[in-house]
Design a protein around this ligand. Structure first.
Ligand code: MSP
Length: 504
């Protein structure tokens, strides 16, 4: 089995923010999960550099666009690193390998007769990097950017999107999971059913971009250049290997709802036109709106939410992003929310569970986890395991995490109910106490493995605290895999109390 997941490639006209982190974290969680299932996995992220807004910002700074991109790209390379994301390749659309591939790809569509020349006149929003119809504007302004689009009239090359309407409808109708969630599939399908207009795939008289191979006075339209990254990367990410054989079309694209049309309509049509299979699946997530009103009140002078990583660590931020807002829906997050969930869920629910279990194993069994599996007990965890991977398969990341958290709470409830400290008072209860301690240790161990895609630092720390092998393979979530230990000590707090920096 192979699994290929992508994030959108991010514009380099400014530095990363929490919204970009959101998609990268989500992609990393599914990539880690498929890896732990033993699948051959490829995770791609990177930067979209040939935008006119990039050329504009560079000019403002008195730099050549490439020089500017080379500087700012370091912030973008740092984003997945800071998030502990395990991407296999970081693509830049200014890579020579990418540019060469874009030219080849366009040439194929041209040779197939789906690109023609025409004169274009229309309103162009640089923020969206897209032409706008009058009826998409509000008081003559782009409703997303609040800016006045520019009138552009030029000779361009056009892609015959209109001839792909039936093929695209057939793709949607024969494949109900093609776009998820279902409401986003409906949105894309209705857009297609409403009639498709051909669109311009080139821009005239601009030096910044990939030249059109048969007419070097034009460069490729930035969106076409950008979308092609999902295939181009496979051709040069690994020296001497063509990863298309293994990973195309087995790809899952993750994207925000702002770029649905480009991905769910234009991209499959471009692929078909160039003789490629369309992508296997696209998941469109919502927007995370950040309520930053509380910034000065509680998290001091931290302005950039990504800086919360420096305060709480990366796992708590990853946890919060996925837990707070159901993945796929819009929702609001707050800077305070990270700290609240840190205390209530990570430190109390999970951290205390581990501390209590290890303290009791140390105290009552001299640090030896009693290996005392109970007949028939494996079913609960097997059901959980199946449910979590099924949810992750449909990108219900929040649902999967909630299922795991329900088990954290269940184990806490088990401690309260079985009262091991009472059992320990009477040697006659020794077998029962063994069962309780084993059930706790084994349950926490299974959780560590299952939670590790979400909490990649914490999972292995829990395994170490329990004296268990650092093996995150998915089959190890199964009941009863705990190995004997010697001299286990009470675990240090997983999530210690954090002193917040005080407001300036
Ligand atoms: N360069 C294009 C994408 C080309 S992909 C072939 C682009 N770049 S972007 O820098 O604007 O980033 C877009 C993506 O960042 C969104 O689709 C989404 O995945 C993510 N997000 C940016 N802000 C976001 C939020 N506030 N909330 C959630 N995700 C958001 O568009």
């Amino acid at each position: 089995m192979s699994f290929y997941v992508t994030t959108p490639i991010y514009y380099v006209n400014s530095t990363p923010h929490i919204g970009h982190a959101y998609t990268t974290v989500a992609a990393d969680i599914v990539a880690r999960h498929h890896r732990q299932r033993g699948e051959s996995t490829f995770f791609l992220t990177g930067t979209d550099e040939h935008a006119s807004k990039v050329a504009r910002v560079a000019a403002e700074e008195g730099l050549d666009p490439k020089e500017y991109a080379d500087r700012i790209v370091e912030h973008w390379r740092a984003l997945p690193e800071r998030l502990n994301a395990t991407h296999d390749f970081f693509i830049r659309t200014t890579d020579e390998g990418h540019k060469r591939f874009v030219q080849e790809f366009l040439q194929r569509i041209y040779d197939n007769g789906d690109i023609y020349e025409d004169t274009y006149a229309g309103l162009y929003c640089v923020g969206c990097e897209a032409f706008k119809n009058e009826d998409e504007l509000v008081d003559g302004l782009c409703p997303i950017h609040g800016t006045k689009p520019e009138w552009i009239e030029e000779k361009n090359y056009f892609f015959k999107l209109s001839s792909y309407q039936d093929k695209l409808l057939a793709l949607y109708d024969s494949n109900p999971g093609f776009v998820l969630p279902a409401n986003k599939a409906n949105e894309a399908r209705s857009f297609i059913a409403g009639g498709l207009e051909d669109f311009s795939v080139s821009r005239a008289g601009q030096p910044w971009g990939v030249p059109i191979p048969w007419d070097e006075t034009q460069v490729t339209y930035v969106w076409v250049d950008a979308l092609i990254n999902y295939v181009s990367a496979l051709t040069y990410a690994r020296d001497g290997e063509d990863l298309r054989e293994e990973f195309w079309p087995d790809v899952r694209h993750l994207l925000g709802k702002d770029i649905l049309r480009f991905h769910c309509v234009f991209w499959p049509a471009l692929l078909l036109a160039a003789g490629y299979e369309p992508p296997k699946q696209l998941f469109v997530h919502g927007f995370l709106l950040l309520d930053d009103k509380k910034i000065s009140k509680s998290v001091g002078n931290i302005i950039d939410p990504l800086d919360l990583i420096d305060i709480y660590g990366v796992d708590p931020l990853r946890f919060y992003l996925i837990r707070e807002v159901p993945f796929g829906q819009d929702g609001s997050a707050s800077l305070d929310g990270v700290g609240e969930r840190y205390d209530r869920e990570l430190a109390n629910d999970l951290g205390n569970l581990l501390s209590r279990a290890t303290a009791m194993i140390a105290k009552y069994r001299d640090g030896r986890i009693p290996i005392a599996p109970v007949e028939g007990e494996g079913e609960r965890i097997a059901a959980l395991q199946a449910e979590v991977s099924a949810k992750l398969d449909r990108f219900d990341l929040t649902g999967a995490l909630e299922d795991l958290w329900a088990y954290v709470r269940e184990l806490n409830g088990y401690v309260t109910k079985t009262k091991p400290w009472e059992l320990a008072k009477d040697e006659a209860n020794a077998a029962e106490l063994d069962t309780v301690l084993f059930t706790l240790a084994d349950g926490i161990r299974a959780l560590a493995v299952a939670l590790s895609p979400f909490l990649p630092d914490t999972g292995p720390r829990i395994l170490a605290a329990l004296g268990q092998p650092d093996d995150l393979a998915w089959e190890n979530v199964a009941y009863g895999r705990t190995v004997a230990t010697e001299g286990l000590e009470p675990a240090a707090p997983l999530f210690p109390r954090i002193e917040l920096p005080t407001a300036a």
